[in-house]
Design a protein around this ligand. Sequence first.
Ligand code: R2B
Ligand code: URA
Length: 311
Amino acid sequence: MERRTMYRVSNPHLDALSKDNLYHLGLSTEDDLQRLFGDVKFVCLGGSVSRMEGLSVFLHEKLEIPLPEDGKPTNLCRTDRYVLFKVGPVIAANHGMGMPSLSILLHELAKLLHYAKVEDPVFIRLGTSGGIGIPPGSVVVTDAAFDGSLRCQHEDIVLGKVRTTPAILNKELAQEIVSLCGDVDYQVVIGSTMATSDFYEGQGRLDGALCEYTEADKMEFLERLKKIGIKNIEMEATQLAAFCHRANIRAAVVCVTLLNRLNGDQVDIPPKVYADYQKRPMETVYQYIKKHVEKKKDDDDVDEPATKKAK
Ligand code: R2B
Ligand code: URA
């Protein structure tokens, strides 16, 4: 049987709290978190609320879990900062754009799952990105996350000092997702991802409000990325990788590319194409989720006492 180390919420100060408010989620340890979230296995993260709602509806259909009577997935978040749609063992949460917003969500989600006694959750970011030398609409499953200075690490400032954490993702998880994704009519590749703190100058674009470098500078940088195996650029991968590495949570990043940055900077795709592209990360991870949901069902059936089963 597969054995895993339990993930770590590693903060001795939490023991001193009589109540822990998960402020941005509007939940606290006074809620019955184990009843609400105790069965969670997968946390799917994405930037926007509508994409996460779309993912939830997709999972309801595919996993044959009926939607509530009002036809809308259940959002268990009690603030307007984030959503936490719950579909069976999956949470679909939006993290907004960029690392600070993702970091807050990760702290509160990790505590939430800890209080709910969830043992080995898997976190998967499903997002959009700019591709490097691959056709728009390709899906990149990240094997290594680089920061803007091309190091596999994430830097934050803690107590006035720079703290550097390795940005390490689970390669086995990435490979399993790719191996299960099945026949699709677009490329699904494993490759490196660069995460930046900005969409414009941070990603070497020429079309921000301010810019002091030349087209040649930009192209030289993008060619350098290509050379070291970077397949796409987005804005959260290193934060997710670093946090999950510290917390011993298995994590993956699965992003569709909206454009090939070697050909330009502007994202200008028809709404229908955009809608189709946004579904691709969901389709890519679905078989992985399905396999493990089914495996869990089988394991639960074996564990279930005969008396309960007979009902
Ligand atoms: C991809 O798309 C967003 C910027 O447009 C950002 O959240 C990201 O990582
Ligand atoms: N998201 C990004 O962060 N960059 C892109 O180029 C496209 C989407």
